[in-house]
Every structure is written in C-alpha cells, then in structure tokens.
Design a protein around this ligand. Structure first.
Ligand code: PLP
Length: 438
C-alpha cells in the first residue's frame, strides 16, 4: 500500500488549515504514520484515499453515517431539495415538516431547535438551563470524552488554553454512572448547579437505566435540569435513541451525527416550559438569544434528515446494525482467545458502538500497542481507529473482511508483545486529543 500522495498532503495541509482538519480526532496525530491522510470519496461502507487505496470504513464519519456513504435514498431526497434552493430570507417550509417529524419520534419533548453542529446544541441546552434555573454551574461526567468545543466543556480538559479560569470554574464534574459522586457534587455546590448533562449510554456494563432514573430524580430534587446528550447514542442504541429505549424523560436532549446520515443536521429537543424561553411570542418576558445561525435552516441537510428518518422507519436499521456489531464482537473474541490475547485486547459488549482497548504485556493501556494495531488493520485494508460503528451497508462481506484483518493484526501484536511494539511500529505512537502541549 502506497501513501505518496498522503505524505504530500500531510506536508502541505498544516500550512493551510490549523490542525490540518476540522475535527481534532481526524488529525494526523490520531493515526499511525502509515495511514491515509485524506479521503477522496466513499460509497457504502468503503472509502478511497488520495492514493487510490480502498478501505473498509469503521467509524463512518465520526459515527455520523449509520446508513452508508453516498446512500442513494438519502441522496435522492437531497437532490430534490437542492434544485429548490437551500437558504432563503424567511424560514423554509421544510423546517415545519422536520419539526413535526422529529417531535413525533420524541413525544416526551414539545419543541425543537435545529443547528449544524453538536457543540451548538449542547451549548444551547446548558444556556437554557442556566437561564431557567438562574444558576451558574454546569455538571458533567469527568470521565466522558466530549460534549462541546465551547469553553464550558473544553475549559475543563487539558486543552484549556484560551479559556479564562473564571469560565472553567463554572463547570463541575462527577464520576459517570456513580450516584454517590453525583450526590456529593450537589452537596458541595448547594443551589448552584443549573444542569447535569451526560451521554445516556457509553461502554458501561452496569445498569444504565437504574442510574439515569435515579440521577434524574436527584437532579430535579436539587432544582436542576437533566440533559441527555444523544449525539452518539441517537439512531444507534435505538430509534430514535436511549430516551425512548429506556423510557426516561430528560428535560432536554441533544441530537446530531447519524440523524441525517452524515449531513450537517443537529437538534435540541426539550419540554415546552424550558424550550419556550427561546421564543418571541410572550411579550414582556426577557428575551433569551438561543440558537440563531445563518445556516441552521439549510434545506438540503434537513431533507437528508427526513430521508434518514424515513429509511429508519421503513427498515430495521437498528436491528441489522446491532446484529452486525454482535457478529463482530463475537468474532473478535474468538480470535483473541485463539491467540491468547484476551488480557491485552478487549472489545466492549455494546453492539451499537464497539470500543477496543489495547494493553501491553503487563496489562497496562498502551498507546504504542494501540497504534501498532491500527497500523496493521490499515495495512490490511481497514481504516480503524480503535472503534467500530456498524452501518446499514456493513454486510456479511464487510464483517468477514474486518475479522480477517483483525486476525492478521493480532498475529503481529502477539509477536510485538514478546519484545516491544517499537520493533514493529513505523513512526510515533498516537497522542491523546486532549493534551496540554503539542
Ligand atoms: C457526545 C458528544 N456530544 C457533542 C459532540 C459535539 O458534536 P459536534 O462535533 O457536531 O460539534 C460530540 C462530538 O463528537 C459528542 O461525541
């Protein structure tokens, strides 16, 4: 596999675009040296890089593409909308169609606001919570990876450069799925926490439902609002997401990623009492400037969302995607046992999002070994970053292709464990996205 054009791309792009990409997790420091630097096009579950190499895609547009790349039923609807124009002086009628459609999926919520990015809707949710409660603090799990690139979240990570301390101090954290930790937080900051925002489900093998049910009760008892961030769980754990699957009512929920099969459509839904604070139909009330963006109502992305919802309604996408995930989990576990690597490589039992962990011979999580595994998967035609998110176009052929690459990569991993990953890895280990220094 040649990466000549990729290497050229890497050389130039950092002079043009800070970070070389528009999501840090797509950056060069998140992949082995022997990896494609940029994608030319994709179809179904496959992508082709700038050198013409073909790869099986695993994270599918950072989990946003759950049907498949260039998925015809979505494209058909987008093309129709494109012909009609994409942005007007007044709202497009498609906004009402989408509002009705989306809210019919989440009957516990009464109003919806659209946006182009997830960070915009999570930030809007915390702003509403602050306005509604008159409190300043935002709470979220310290051990969850990402909620927004805005200051209220990033200021709490290692990457707090450029965020005033006064802002970072307004966010407080607890341990995920740990009620004691949440209760302690409310005790430490009485009457100060405006909301708790959390992903409803991650790679957690305890009782998510029991935790969330009680966490919502505790939060309400303490006068705060509860927000589900369904950016990743939405259209993956269930249709539309964990709130319907678990039959729970958070005050607000944020949606994005797979809602429009990769097109830029995100949404904030919530109960009327909170959401209507962003309205203009109650003269005399203080005006809250909620989400107000030029491209929020862009018609073709909304059309992509409508087509995606329609496809989910008519086909068993969730069932098929979970079956794909389960087959890969079981296949990987068999391969790991065969190679006595169960202690070194682990895969989560979450068929909607398979997360892999890589350890050294002593059982410690190790970036060098992780990078080596990614390098070998890529060498065998799988664009793998340590996670697999099943899409509707991952079929039997794709499952076998993944497992074959997984087996070959395990063989190299096993050899490397005898000495060091460094004898097999070309280039440097991947660095954490959230780090203090470059
Ligand atoms: C749980 C969660 N919330 C929010 C976001 C932010 O979404 P976006 O990248 O569209 O701004 C992400 C992105 O990865 C996410 O994983």
């Amino acid at each position: 596999m040649k990466f000549d054009r990729s290497n050229e791309y890497k050389k130039n792009i950092h002079q043009l675009i800070p970070g070389g990409a528009h999501t840090y997790s797509k950056g060069d420091d998140q992949f082995p040296s022997l990896a494609p630097a940029a994608i030319s096009y994709g179809k179904g579950a496959w992508v082709w890089d700038v050198d013409g190499n073909k790869f099986l895609d695993c994270s599918m547009g950072l989990t946003s593409v759950t049907l498949g790349h260039a998925f015809e039923p979505v494209l058909e609807r987008v093309r129709l909308e494109l012909e009609k124009g994409v942005n007007f002086q007044r709202p497009s009628v498609i906004e009402e169609e989408m509002a009705n459609e989306f809210l019919s999926l989440v009957p516990m919520h009464h109003m919806i606001k659209f946006a182009k990015n997830g960070s915009i809707v999570t930030t809007a949710a915390v702003k509403l919570a602050r306005a509604y409660t008159g409190r300043k603090l935002i709470a979220f799990p310290a051990d969850h990876p990402f909620y927004s690139y805005d200051d209220w979240f990033i200021g709490k990570t290692q990457c707090d450069f450029g965020v005033p301390e006064e802002i970072s101090n307004l966010s407080v954290t607890f341990k995920s799925y740990d009620l004691t930790s949440l209760v302690e937080l409310f005790e430490r900051y009485p009457d100060q926490i405006a909301c708790v925002i959390t992903e409803p489900e991650r790679n957690f093998d305890g009782n998510t439902h029991a935790f969330l049910k009680e966490a919502i009760e505790i939060t309400h008892k303490n006068g705060a609002l509860f927000i589900f961030d369904e950016m990743i769980t939405g259209f993956k754990t269930a249709f539309p997401g964990s709130l319907t699957k678990l039959d729970l009512i958070p005050d607000m929920a944020t949606w994005g990623k797979s809602v429009a099969n990769g097109f830029s459509f995100c949404a904030l839904t919530g109960i009327r009492e909170v959401m209507e604070m962003g309205g203009i139909d109650k003269p005399g009330k203080e005006k809250l400037f909620l989400i107000s963006t030029t491209h929020g109502g862009e018609t073709h992305a909304i059309a992509a969302g409508l087509a995606t919802i329609d496809f989910y309604k008519k086909n068993n996408v969730i069932e098929k995607n979970h079956a794909t995930g389960t087959e890969i989990i079981n296949g990987c576990k068999e391969i790991l046992i065969k190679n006595t690597l169960q202690q070194q490589i682990q895969v989560s039992d979450t068929p909607w999002f398979l997360a892999f962990i890589f350890k050294d011979a002593d059982g410690k999580i190790n970036a060098g070994y992780r990078t080596l595994f990614l390098q070998e998967m890529i060498k065998n035609g799988v664009l793998f970053q340590g996670a697999f998110v099943p899409a509707y176009t991952h079929n039997h052929e794709e499952i076998l292709f993944f497992l074959s690459a997984f087996e070959k990569s395990c063989e190299i991993y096993k050899k490397a464990l005898e000495t060091s990953y460094a004898n097999f890895l070309i280039g440097e280990p991947i660095k954490p996205v959230f780090r203090k220094y470059i």
